[in-house]
Ligand binder design. Sequence first.
Ligand SMILES: NC(=O)c1ccc[n+]([C@@H]2O[C@H](COP(=O)([O-])OP(=O)(O)OC[C@H]3O[C@@H](n4cnc5c(N)ncnc54)[C@H](O)[C@@H]3O)[C@@H](O)[C@H]2O)c1
Length: 355
Amino acid sequence: MIRETIQQSSRNITKSKTVLVTGGAGFIGSHLVRKLVEKGREVIVIDDLSSGSLENLSSLGLKPSDFEFKKIDLTNYSQILECLKEGDIVFHLAARIGGLKYLHGTENAEIAALQANLAIDANVFRASLEKRVEKIIYASSTAVYPLDSQYSAGAIFSEEDFLYQPEKQDPRFRFKMDIDPDGGYGLAKLLGEVQLSWMKNIKIAIARIFNVYGVNEPLDEKSHAISDLIRKAIDYPQKEFIIWGDGKQTRDYMYVSDCVDALVKLEEKISDYQPLPLILNIGSGKATSISELAEVIIKISGKNIKPKYDVQKPVGPISRTADIRKVKETLNWEPKVSLEEGLKRTFVWIQKKIT
Ligand SMILES: NC(=O)c1ccc[n+]([C@@H]2O[C@H](COP(=O)([O-])OP(=O)(O)OC[C@H]3O[C@@H](n4cnc5c(N)ncnc54)[C@H](O)[C@@H]3O)[C@@H](O)[C@H]2O)c1
């Protein structure tokens, strides 16, 4: 069925630039590739398959002939340089990501995330400049926002809290406030944003993505709270259903298809947006606590689960929610998939995957 949709939309395309998706075999990347292929775009997937897989793409109904795949390690500059050409559009999603096990991670984990992501970003941006690509859409993160504010309840972040202030005499952007990103991962994303804000000849969009969940999300040590809770519900009563912390910590959860819709619209919108870069929060705009998540997941499981709380376990920031007024207005976008519906889809997928 997806094939028919793809062929139909391809007929409507008269002129299409090559779109490269770095990290295209990953969780969000695989859904983005499918969406772009459905829209009839010519897509090149770049990934070293360190955490992503080609199965992520095939399980979404994509065939090898729907896109070109290049297995490339982006820490190697010459490899990415060879892939790009003038006028390309680059969705840059490849990154070394943390997960539950990285919370309050060791120093080594922080440094490893910082070094790998700095190298990946620098190579992609340098090659993009050299080859004169037309657009870069960068997957940034909520982790760039100041961490100290995330340790109090009700932290809502707006792009304006943290905008760079251009000065008349100097085209480079400036920070408006002290920086305090979340770990090596957050610092690398922040420095990625800074590099991009200085690249004046490329159209730049920066997506500050909040917590994304759904089909294809990692189930290994990089897993996040949602897949972890779903697994616990599936394993119950053989294993206990334990919530890390007191369950009051909140996050902004968005189903992956909503995130991808926003990224695609972001690319379409860059051309007529000024001043660049176009920086947008991509999130649901709603704070959901871990206890509320658990409640919905338990309901979906149909089991009579009594959660236990382990307050000794690390929970990370207490709250981080996106202010999504700017993205709604700029892209005429808003999340469509309710938490209950998204969790049902994810639950069914994880159940199939692990049983
Ligand atoms: N998932 C979220 O909730 C979330 C939130 C905020 C930001 N983001 C950002 O969105 C992007 C995608 O995240 P995701 O959740 O899909 O993660 P993911 O780990 O599934 O995807 C990252 C992909 O990058 C690839 N990769 C890693 N190192 C590479 C290298 N050296 N060379 C080539 N490929 C490499 C991996 O194999 C993987 O397929 C990342 O940049 C992430 O920081 C994600």
